[in-house]
Design a protein around this ligand. Structure first.
Ligand code: KIV
Ligand code: ZN
Length: 571
């Protein structure tokens, strides 16, 4: 057994990330009002973290998906890293596969040879961003590169000069060149140094309001709570010289599981742009999830400017390209995220969906505010059906199975009866320990309440009226023997119960009765009715039976037989 947690004091090994001195911080009072500029780095940061990086065909598929979703800035690779990466960039450009309103971006380290190769790969694209980075945090400066602050600034500035020279060497190739600079490990860099290096880069590039530099501030490693990152971003946003000549971008990773919070708070703190990947793919715990961020905005009534109305397709293509599954509980996208198993949740959802439908009908087709308990957005917005919303297992009460019987079989069970059906379903759920499908629930329902034909089986009946009294004559089978029974009453139901009581020597009575048409989409020719009858008896607990038939009287007689059969079974 690992006893480290018991015996060790974590404070001997780890220290909290220092707070930022920002007494007048403004971000807590801000609200999100619009989508940021998005950059997808699925084909770069996402790709470089895959067990098997994408080949050209997969990259193409992913690129086309990103374009279809609506991303306008897409980091397509690290062209100096491998021939495949270089060839992919060239393929997109040479085969005119980049829509005119889409800007491609390529990453390079701040080294002359790598920069030259990167610029070469991008030549001829309509819009291209050269993305250069170097590590800036003290840990990296000291441990990995053994460089002072000023040497680190020189690397960045030299990188920018190299990019300018490389671009110049290709003359007028029709490319609108832009620059992105990332102080890698920004989240662990002293703020005054991050400012110093970013400003030096901007000066070297000749940044202006017309020629903005993208300053990308990564939580290369997430080391603090999201409020600390928001402080860091706000500090940069408010202290940077020539802020108007910069687009502040953030690039959250997810080491602490708070990548989404970091991105959202960073926007409140002044960030204009967010880099991330579909479903949070990326190094280690991944980059921030672009799907999560976009649909979070959608759920607040803010258009994300990207389209996730066919989330199933996005999941399918992404899984195909990355070979990584989207988790069942992944925000907004996972298989189970709109599903309720718990009975009380199901009950609330069922009521909420019914009310929502009524409000929509009353609004005559106008869009209605979405207000359904446990469903923060309408699954239909993402192209998902309501099929998966309610699923039944041993944790589910009556609401779930009642909803499924109504939705899939048009059976609206009386409330009291739901308890009885739930009990029958629960026995199976407990036995199997597994989820029950809608079909399984229907089979249990039919077996327990509908198809009870022993000891009595209904065969046929005739009715005659005289002076307000109904006489019902029915052919039934009792323990396999066919019999004709006759009874009187103020209606067919009471006449039939009277006839059965005479035959069986019993004293059954009808405690509850209800009926409804079973809605069908057809012309109504084979429309059916469902009857629910609860039969009481002094010696047995009351029991429900169900009858379904095109003839409502026949349905009610079958329901009586079914209830008496169940009642006898419990005696
Ligand atoms: O996470 C990171 O710091 C990066 C940079 C290259 C932007 O991916
Ligand atoms: Zn990254």
């Amino acid at each position: 057994m690992n006893t480290t947690f018991k015996t060790m004091n974590p404070a001997d090994k780890y220290r909290p990330y220092p707070q930022i001195d920002l007494p007048n911080r403004q971000w807590p009072n801000q609200v999100l009002t619009k989508a940021p500029i998005w950059l997808s780095t699925d084909l770069r940061d996402g790709n470089q973290s895959l067990i098997d990086p994408m080949g050209i065909d997969q990259k193409l598929k992913m690129f086309e998906l990103l374009v279809k979703i609506g991303y306008k800035e897409i980091e397509i690779g690290f062209p100096s890293a491998s021939q495949i990466e270089f060839d992919f960039v060239r393929k997109l450009i040479d085969e005119n596969r980049i829509p005119a309103d889409v800007t491609i971006q390529a990453l390079t380290q701040a080294r002359t040879d790598l920069i030259n190769r990167t610029v070469e790969s991008l030549v001829g694209a309509k819009n291209a961003i050269v993305h250069v980075y170097n590590a800036t945090s003290p840990l990296f400066r000291e441990v990995v590169y053994n460089k002072s602050r000023s040497e680190t600034v020189q690397i960045a500035v030299k990188g920018i000069a190299d990019i300018k020279a490389a671009i110049k060497s290709h003359g007028d190739c029709g490319t609108n060149w832009r620059l992105e600079y990332s102080p890698e490990t920004f989240s662990m860099t002293e703020l005054d140094f991050a400012k110093e290096i970013c400003e030096a880069v901007m000066v070297e590039w000749g940044a202006s309001e017309q020629k903005k530099v993208i300053l990308n501030l990564p939580t290369t490693i997430e080391v603090a709570t999201p409020n600390v990152f928001a402080d860091q971003v706000e500090w940069m946003h408010t202290h940077l010289a020539n802020r108007a000549a910069a687009i502040i971008s953030v690039h959250p990773h997810n080491d602490r599981g708070t990548g989404t919070a970091c991105a959202e708070l960073a926007i409140l703190a002044g960030a204009d742009r967010v880099e991330g990947c579909l479903f949070g793919n990326g190094e280690r715990t991944g980059n921030v999830c672009l799907v999560n961020l976009a649909i979070n905005l959608w759920s607040q009534g803010i258009h994300p400017q990207v389209d996730y109305s066919n989330i199933a397709q996005v999941i399918r293509i992404s899984e195909e390209c990355t070979q990584l599954p989207v988790g069942a509980r992944h925000p907004w996208a996972g298989e189970l995220v709109f599903t309720a198993f718990s009975g009380s949740h199901q009950d609330a959802i069922k009521k909420g969906l019914t009310r929502q439908k009524d409000r929509e009908a009353a609004a005559n087709g106008a869009t209605t505010m979405w207000e359904v308990p446990y469903l923060p957005i309408d699954p239909a917005d993402l192209g998902r059906s309501y099929e998966a919303v309610i699923r039944v297992n041993a944790q589910s009460g009556k609401g779930g199975m009642a909803y499924l019987l109504e939705r899939d079989h048009g059976l609206t069970l009386p409330r009291l009866f739901q308890v009885e059906v739930a009990r029958a379903v629960q026995v199976f759920a407990d036995e199997s320990g597994k989820e029950l499908s809608s079909e399984q629930i229907h089979t249990i329902f039919c077996g327990e309440f509908l198809a009870r034909t022993a000891p009595i089986r209904y065969i046929d009946h005739t009715i005659s009226h005289q002076g307000g009294v109904e006489t019902l004559s029915a052919t039934i089978e009792v323990n396999g023997a066919t019999k004709t029974v006759q009874g009187t009453g103020n209606g067919p139901l009471s006449a039939f119960v009277h006839a059965l009581n005479k035959e069986l020597g019993s004293q059954f009575s009808v405690a509850h009765y209800s009926e409804h048409d079973i809605h069908s989409d057809t012309s109504g020719e084979d429309a059916q009715a469902a009857c629910y009858v609860q039969i009481a008896h002094a010696d047995h607990p009351p029991a429900y039976g169900v009858g379904i038939d095109a003839n409502i009287v026949t349905a009610s007689l079958i329901a009586v037989v079914s209830a008496i059969n169940r009642n006898s079974a419990t005696a």
